[in-house]
Design a protein around this ligand. Structure first.
Ligand code: GLN
Length: 282
């Protein structure tokens, strides 16, 4: 039996729809391209062509995983963030487009800073925040920390593969505990979902992102409290702390940092127009 492209795609799309996947047809196309090495255009122009049995088998196995709501990025172990290609694993948060807002705000803050800034990324995961900043600022160097040894290993591999190994180092530990010295920029996208919101998350998130990367205690703010306590001593003179926040957390996070003695210097909204990132000075 041969497996034609159009038949494979139609069957897969139906399987994904039944599984409740939102973009069933689009995900089927992405996975078929990845399984076969074909381009998107090939799927249209050669839709009656057959693919090899091995490729069809790989594709069907991936479709079965996607139908159980595993994200495409986790099936392929890859996620694009600010046009860079990141490895993701079960130890890391899947980088979100919303976090590009944090990178943009951090770049704004660094525009008036030193030419060769030192950057610290707390809870680095894949390393996407730190490495995107290094990509934009050729003289910058940085350190990422993560409580998960597996995440640190992924971040190191991403730094190597993307060509930043000489400018980025990663240490395992709780927030700033493994680092010394001060930084011109401290960034973090901490876990900020309240424990009670767990049941309202999509299966793609709840079942596949690591819990430590998602949940910030009863009110979602535990990580901000820890970062506020540690942060001031980490900032070099004129340094800035830039944080991602949940879109309903602006007032709470702002108050928390102001009460801890910081001054809020900027805010940036995400593409949906919701407050997504805050910047503080000591
Ligand atoms: N810094 C990483 C990211 O933004 C991981 C953040 C986290 O695990 N909460 O993707």
């Amino acid at each position: 039996m041969t497996d034609r492209i159009d038949v494979l795609l139609a069957d897969a799309t139906e399987t994904l729809r039944r599984g409740g996947v939102a973009d069933a047809a689009a995900d089927a196309r992405i996975l078929l391209c990845a399984a076969t090495g074909l381009g998107r255009l090939d799927l249209l122009t050669r839709s009656d062509a057959a693919v090899s049995g091995a490729d069809a088998g790989r594709f069907r196995a991936w479709i079965a995983r996607r139908a159980k709501r595993e994200p495409v990025s986790r099936i392929l172990a890859r996620r694009e963030f600010r046009s860079l290609d990141f490895e993701v694993s079960s130890d890391t948060l899947d980088p979100r487009p919303d976090s590009e807002t944090l990178v943009e705000l951090a770049l704004d803050m660094l525009a008036s800073g030193p030419d060769a800034p030192r950057i610290l990324d707390l809870g680095t995961g894949t390393g996407c925040l730190l490495l995107s900043l290094l990509d934009e600022i050729p003289a910058a160097t940085g350190v990422g920390t993560d409580i998960s040894p597996g995440a640190c290993a992924v971040a190191r591999r991403n730094a190597d593969r993307l060509g930043f190994a000489g400018r980025a180092r990663f240490f395992e530990g709780n927030w700033a505990e493994p680092v010394d010295g001060t930084f011109d920029l401290v960034v973090s996208n901490p876990p900020y979902i309240a424990a009670a919101e767990k049941s309202s998350l999509e299966p793609e998130v709840a079942a596949f992102d690591p819990e430590t990367a998602l949940f910030g205690g009863d009110d979602g703010l535990d990580a901000y409290r820890e970062i506020a306590a540690a942060g001031a001593s980490l900032l070099a003179p004129g340094g800035t702390l830039v944080l991602e926040i949940g879109h309903r957390q602006e007032a709470a996070v702002s108050d928390l940092f102001r009460n801890a003695g910081y001054r809020q210097v900027a805010r940036r909204d995400d593409l949906g127009g919701r407050p997504r990132s805050l910047a503080f000075g000591a």
